[in-house]
Write a protein that binds this ligand. Structure first.
Ligand code: FES
Length: 80
């Protein structure tokens, strides 16, 4: 089980955090990963200039976009 935590602070929100969450949710449905992923939101991680910030368990990843989020999910959840 991997906990994916997406920053939903205002800085990451304007950089597309909501769309990233939607992409993760859709991926979970498409690949039946409900038992493998817990999806959560968190408040500002004080790295707003590097957002969107996403954590995979305790591993923090910066610069996440709708274009690269699925590659991170594959790397840190599916293929780990
Ligand atoms: S709003 Fe996400 S790091 Fe500040």
């Amino acid at each position: 089980m991997v906990t994916i935590t997406v920053c939903i602070g205002s800085g990451c929100h304007v950089r597309g955090a909501r769309k990233i969450i939607e992409k993760i949710k859709q991926y979970i449905v498409d690949y039946d990963l409900d038992c493998n992923i817990t999806l959560k939101g968190c408040f500002c991680q004080n790295l707003c200039n590097e957002g969107v910030i996403v954590k995979f368990n305790d591993l923090l990843v910066s610069g996440v976009t709708t274009e690269n989020i699925i590659s991170y999910v594959k790397k840190y959840v599916v293929n780990r």
